[in-house]
Design a protein around this ligand. Structure first.
Ligand SMILES: [Zn+2]
Length: 502
């Protein structure tokens, strides 16, 4: 738990006073504990239930205060039922604050809460029978009262109302994508491993994800390729993965007719399959990444899209390396409408996807530090002499590194990359984050430890840029979470920091 050291407020924030600061603290704490919402009581604000004008005015002021947060009385229930033999005035309303999350309050969720409130707060005056009746009254007619004092909930820059420094989105549909074949290291447990370390750390705050139109994906991927993936996944046999097995590298104008055969027309390897769940999981990963990008646009200094399937091997018109859509590239393009973007790929493997996508653009700088393609996947890109073309010439930087590399050696390359990014003067930084440079990773050969990840992130934070971090590889599940936690600790402890208003 946090300890409050001081409370300060400013006149431009929602609620203004000390009461607001405290209430917002409670809200942030609740969000930090992954609560769906807050329940509490507030005295009635209408003449029928509160005849004393002065008291009513006070109650109305309280209700107005809570409405600013979207909190309102739950109506359509028997919560205000007078106790047998009790007076029937001034019974408190039960209030609900959904904490700016999109989930609606359901009777199933409310009932046990109501039961707990009545049993713990009023056990001396409420009979079990009374409690049972009131709990049962939370049914289909239950709803939140309409706003009475304000028109809608004002949205404030999130940096002003959150205590956690990092806005995180998590692909809630990632685990439908589970390839069970032997050796498929890109598995659902990766997300769990990272969450288990980040959630209790106080570093992250999980944000809601919405659906974005397909046009964002088609802005960086060939629309025909996108449509192919959609159809091929939808038509894939149930519970079976189709692996590309024919690679028509000649006759590009004649893609094979059969959808499963055509996989090799669009895929760069033999281990990234087509299956029913790949499309919805991959699309949701893009939605998460765009939602995180929106957090950056709303003023959050750091946002993190914890997603799988990963994306940085997906090129304009090809998938591969466990990747289908290039999540980070979709977001980078999205952000590029608002200013120049630098992408710093720190996965062990070359970020061939965004290199291909932005190769002839000068408004998105692509930088990648990775195992030399002479020995590391994807083997055919990532060489130092690939520098961009046309207008994009000089805006792609590859730093291939040798087989053996410890943290100190790695940081020499990282410092070089950071200097190039600084010269580029971008508005945004997008970091495809691979945790596979870690010691013991089954897909890598380097030996970075948690302290190295922290130090690397501290150097990146020195750029003082709003940073969107997108999860890519990293497959040693035993250390994934620890390395992620250290990385984000480093990212927040540097100059990027975070602004806490109260
Ligand atoms: Zn990787």
């Amino acid at each position: 738990m946090f300890r409050i050291r001081y409370v300060a407020t400013a006149k431009n924030i929602r609620g203004r006073g000390i009461g607001a600061a405290l209430y917002e603290f409670v809200r942030d704490e609740s969000l930090g504990m992954s609560a769906e919402g807050l329940f509490f009581e507030c005295l009635p604000d209408d003449p029928e239930n509160c005849s004393d004008t002065d008291k009513r005015k006070q109650n109305q002021a309280r209700m107005r205060f809570y409405e600013r947060y979207g909190a309102r009385p739950i109506v359509g229930t028997g919560y205000e039922t007078p106790l047998p033999g009790g007076t029937d005035s001034e019974l408190p309303h039960l209030m609900y604050d959904g904490l700016d999350q999109t989930k609606a309050l359901s009777p199933e969720y409310a009932r046990p809460v109501v039961q707990a409130v009545l049993e713990r707060k009023y056990s001396e005056i409420c009979t079990p029978d009374y409690i049972r009746k009131v709990v049962r009254s939370f049914g289909t007619s239950m709803k939140l009262r309409d706003f009475r004092y304000i028109k809608s909930v004002p949205i404030l820059p999130p940096a002003e109302r959150h205590l956690s420094p990092i806005a995180m989105t998590v692909n809630d549909r990632h685990d439908i994508h589970h390839i069970r074949e032997r050796g498929y290291v890109e598995s659902p447990v990766r997300i769990k491993a990272i969450l288990s370390q980040l959630e209790p750390s106080g570093l992250v705050e999980t944000m809601a994800v919405k659906e974005y139109p397909l046009k964002h994906i088609k802005a960086v991927h060939d629309p025909e390729f996108v449509e192919y993936l959609r159809r091929a996944c939808a038509n894939a046999p149930e519970n079976t993965s189709v692996y590309p097995y024919v690679f028509p590298i000649r006759n590009a104008t004649r893609p094979p007719k059969e959808l499963s055969v055509r996989a090799g027309y669009y895929c760069i390897d033999t281990f990234t399959p087509i299956n029913r769940n790949a499309w919805p999981a991959a699309r949701r990963a893009v939605d998460c990444t765009l939602a995180a990008a929106d957090q950056i646009l709303e003023g959050r200094p750091i946002a993190y899209a914890l997603v799988r399937p990963p994306g940085h091997h997906a090129e304009r018109r090809s998938f591969g390396g466990f990747c289908y859509f290039n999540n980070a590239a979709v977001a980078a393009h999205y952000l590029s409408q608002f200013g120049k973007v630098a992408m710093l790929d720190i996965d062990y493997h070359h970020g061939n996807g965004q290199q291909d996508i932005f190769y002839s653009r000068s408004d998105v700088l692509t930088v990648s530090i990775h195992g030399d393609p002479d020995f590391a996947y994807p083997y055919f890109t990532g060489f130092a002499d690939e520098r961009g073309e046309g207008e994009g010439e000089g805006f792609n930087l590859n730093i291939p590194l040798p087989v053996l590399q410890d943290g100190e050696q790695y940081r020499r390359a990282l410092k070089r990359a950071i200097a190039v990014i600084k010269d580029f003067r971008p508005t945004f930084l997008v970091v495809p984050l691979g945790l596979d440079p870690a010691k013991g990773d089954p897909t890598g050969t380097w030996t970075l430890n948690p302290a190295d990840f922290e130090e690397n992130a501290r150097l990146i934070a020195g750029l003082e840029l709003p940073a969107l971090v997108v999860q890519e590889g990293g497959y040693r599940t035993r250390t994934l979470g620890t390395n992620a936690r250290h990385f984000f600790k480093g990212l927040t402890s540097g100059a990027v920091g975070f602004r806490v208003v109260h």
